[in-house]
Write a protein that binds this ligand. Structure first.
Ligand SMILES: Cc1cc2nc3c(=O)[nH]c(=O)nc-3n(C[C@H](O)[C@H](O)[C@H](O)COP(=O)(O)OP(=O)(O)OC[C@H]3O[C@@H](n4cnc5c(N)ncnc54)[C@H](O)[C@@H]3O)c2cc1C
Length: 315
């Protein structure tokens, strides 16, 4: 299913780099859905320098060889194929620093890509900084949230961003301000194959009790409407303009559909949950059945919000 590379010298790719390297690593261990085949190499760089050196080596050789390559954060928006991934998966998990500067009422935060959103939000709550409450309850990392312009309740992470630093596909470190990045709904528009490494967020300080109230309200609404205690990857489909994918799926009679161990959630029809040993194949089949039903009932084509990493749908 994936493009394959033959006899790639993975050792030379990560020689002298800091971080954790696993060979033949099951990707299901690293995704919220607990689905995914085995990656030939899975690497968590320990510092930016190691990631940059890897990117340089990849740009010099591995990309020419079409070595499959994928960068991930918390794995909370991913559907990896069941088949093995004959390439390199990079996780930003260990790049998780947070630096801050307070200037009057303006709090500037420099967050590394692998910093968990939950940790970022705890910090802003402690620092009484307004603006990220709409991200409450969203799992994953800063890098993943920027890559998909994550958000909810009308808020998107781009609203708080000042600039984003990334490594481009030539291995060079670049920085763009928010205005230069074509963010849109669940899309970021950075150059293809960029590795996001850090971002600056600019927030204004406010009343801590009001921030906590909004934060708790967002979290409470999510707990009531989403299957937060089950294995999922968040919303499967993007909301079509002026409507909600969950509503359309429900109205098309799909709320009780299942395929193997993958079920449309009874709590939120735009979440599919893995009841235990679900497969990507079943997940994709269920997606197709739901897409067909919504198309047949409403003439609307639902497009995936989750990132499908598979030869079947392309990367
Ligand atoms: C229970 C649940 C609730 C959710 N609720 C919401 C919600 O309300 N709103 C919402 O928007 N999302 C929601 N999600 C989806 C998900 O949590 C977000 O999309 C999150 O921002 C993904 O971050 P991640 O670090 O897990 O990214 P991953 O899943 O690891 O990756 C997602 C995408 O980002 C790319 N990516 C990750 N890191 C980088 C990087 N450093 N550089 C370049 N590309 C990168 C990956 O290549 C991939 O394409 C939910 C998910 C779950 C499981």
């Amino acid at each position: 299913m994936y493009t394959t590379s033959i006899d790639y010298d993975y050792d030379s790719l990560v020689r002298d780099l800091k971080g954790t390297i696993y060979y033949n690593e099951p990707l299901r261990h690293h995704t919220s859905l607990r689905i995914g085949g085995v990656a030939a190499m899975y690497y968590e760089p320990q510092d930016l320098d190691s990631l940059m050196r890897l990117a340089m080596r990849l740009s010099q050789g591995a990309r020419d060889m079409e070595l499959p390559l994928f960068i991930m954060g918390g794995g909370s928006n991913l559907l990896f194929a069941d088949e093995d991934f004959d390439g390199v998966v990079i996780s930003t998990r260990q790049l998780n620093t947070l630096q801050w500067l307070l200037d009057g009422d303006v709090l500037t935060i420099r967050a590394a890509a692998g910093l968990q959103l939950a940790k970022l939000l705890s910090f802003t709550l402690m620092a009484s900084a307004v603006g990220l409450e709409g991200l409450a309850g969203i799992p994953g990392t800063v890098g993943g949230a920027i890559a998909g312009n994550a958000g909810s309740f009308g808020f998107e992470i781009k609203d708080a961003i000042e600039d984003v630093s990334f490594i481009n596909n030539k291995g060079a470190l670049k920085q763009l301000t928010r205005d230069m990045i074509p963010f849109s709904y669940r899309h970021c528009g950075l150059p293809a194959d960029s590795f996001i490494v850090e971002a600056t967020l600019r927030l204004i300080r406010g009343s801590q009790s009001e921030i906590k109230e909004r934060f708790d309200a967002c979290l409470c609404q999510k707990k009531q409407s989403q299957p937060l205690n089950e294995l999922s990857a968040g919303c499967v489909f993007k909301n079509p303009p002026g409507d909600f994918a969950g509503r359309l799926i429900d109205m098309a009679g799909c709320k009780t559909l299942s395929e193997g161990q993958i079920e449309v959630s009874s709590r939120h029809a735009n979440f599919f949950v893995n009841k235990g040993n679900g497969t990507a194949r079943d997940f994709l089949t269920l997606m197709e059945r739901v897409q067909e039903a919504v198309q047949a009932n409403f003439g609307i084509e639902l497009t995936p919000e989750i990132k499908i990493v598979s030869g079947r749908f392309g990367r």
